[in-house]
Design a protein around this ligand. Structure first.
Ligand code: ADP
Ligand code: AMP
Length: 231
């Protein structure tokens, strides 16, 4: 493994990426998880895996996700509780797209306490909504490895093909313009209240997510490194 890809140290906590759809949570959560050698836990990816496999959970979630609404808390919480009990999560993990409601955040607090983790660190991806439409309609994802591209701003070298493994790129069904609106509405109504929830707990780091990927990455790495240094 090249030196720059080796994990830098122990995270020993949960890091949460909080922000609207398209703000860059997946892009940066993958980076941070790789840097610290911990799992990247995207509840959206987990649900899409259930859909692809045709499990009962997937069958239940699919129409809800296609409408751009949130899957019920009980479904997501069970899925997350099972996942973070696995041994690969013992040195921490990076959440992307979870928690998304105050109920989920409260339950996560209990789960972390029960597993001996300290309070999570929350990265708030701050961005104006005008940029999100371009990011979401332009997003393409590798079917095999989940690498994230953007046809406008971060295109693959060969159109429709993943740079990393040569597999096909696809457009998520909920990245169509008509589904983006309800998704942003769900964010405003149910997820945005988490900003003040975590701010009151003193756990929130604000990052300007409208900057370039490299600049956002730098801000996040500095915030996490300073937070780890402070503990
Ligand atoms: P989220 O997980 O918050 O929905 P993603 O990480 O999937 O967001 O990013 C959404 C889209 O925006 C993708 O097409 C991605 O390539 C692109 N993107 C992510 N971060 C940036 C950035 N800082 N500048 C420009 N485009 C970005
Ligand atoms: P994402 O991949 O994070 O954009 O999520 C895609 C979709 O999955 C969302 O629009 C929701 O329908 C569903 N979803 C993902 N995470 C959650 C969550 N924590 N709570 C409820 N629904 C979720």
């Amino acid at each position: 493994m090249p030196l720059e890809q080796r994990p830098v140290g122990k995270l020993n906590r949960a890091v949460i990426f909080l922000g609207p759809p398209g703000s860059g949570k997946g892009t940066q959560a993958k980076m941070l998880a790789g840097k610290y050698g911990v799992p990247h836990l995207s509840t959206g990816d987990m649900l899409r895996e259930h859909i692809a496999k045709g499990t009962p959970l997937g069958l239940k979630a699919k129409p809800i996700m296609d409408r751009g609404e949130l899957v019920p808390d009980s479904v997501v919480l069970k899925m997350v509780a099972e996942r973070i009990e696995r041994p690969d999560c013992s040195h921490g993990f990076v959440f992307d797209g979870f928690p998304r409601t105050v109920t989920q955040a409260k339950y996560l607090g209990e789960l972390l306490k029960r597993q001996g983790f300290q309070q999570p660190t929350v990265i708030h991806m701050v961005i104006g909504y005008l940029l999100l439409i371009r990011r979401l309609t332009g997003r393409r994802v590798c079917k095999k490895c989940g690498a994230i591209y953007n046809i406008y701003d971060r295109p693959p070298k060969v159109e429709g093909i993943c740079d990393l493994d040569g597999d096909e790129l696809y457009q998520r069904p909920d990245d169509r313009e008509e589904v983006i609106k309800p998704r942003l509405h769900a964010y405003d109504k149910l997820t945005a209240p988490l900003v003040s929830y975590y701010r009151h707990l003193g756990l929130l780091y604000e990052v300007d997510a409208s900057k370039s990927v490299a600049e956002v990455e730098q801000e996040i790495c500095q915030a996490v490194a300073s937070m780890l240094g402070a503990h």
